[in-house]
Design a protein. Sequence first.
Length: 258
Amino acid sequence: MNMKKRIVVKVGSNVLTMAEGKLNITRMSALVDQIAWLRWHNYEVILVSSGAVACGRKELQVDHMLDSVEQRQLFSAMGQVKLINLYYDLFREYGLHIGQVLTTKENFSTERTFQNQRACMEVMLENGVIPVVNENDTVSIEELMFTDNDELSGLIAQMMNAQTLVLLSNVDGIYTGNPASPESEVIRTIKPGEDLSRYIQTEKSSAGRGGMASKYKTASNVAAAGIKVIIANGNRENILKDLAERPSETIHTEFSGN
């Protein structure tokens, strides 16, 4: 009865930032409130958080041209400091400890680095520390980067044997058409092996690297490994609490694990 439930929560840049690109502190604080609630209700939570580049971009006005790699390295290096400090202060209000985990795709490519990474996060969880995970954009190069943090969160969920992966987006789930169309409806349940690619919009996120196509791919792969995946709207009030307490009444798309 006291077995902990392990959940990976991925929050994207479009949830954490406002229209002008600034970090949405109010939304970030609300998500921390909900994660604290999950901790009090016997969940082990791993947070995969975007937002570092968005944070850094607003910190510094550059007076000369930078290429895409230079921008990512500079803004992520500055922004990650701001992002993790904000999380530290917000979680500290609840007496909760966090630890930063910056990773690269290479860390999943060999058994040694894979096991080291898993051991680090296991000891954090065993000691009540919430891992806050992000890609280490300061050293990642284009061909070795994760597609986005959706892919990263899927790999983390499988590596850590999570029961559930929650992908928080700025829409309610996968729709039967364009989400802006009143005729479109959210698909509530996707069964193993069910192909819904015809419904997936190919546009990428305005603030991040991902999009619904990436979420669908990640969700399908992770569900095939036996892990339940939920795509939900991170801008909805108390979305994590509602998914835990009354999922049938909470709008979202769920991929059933095999």
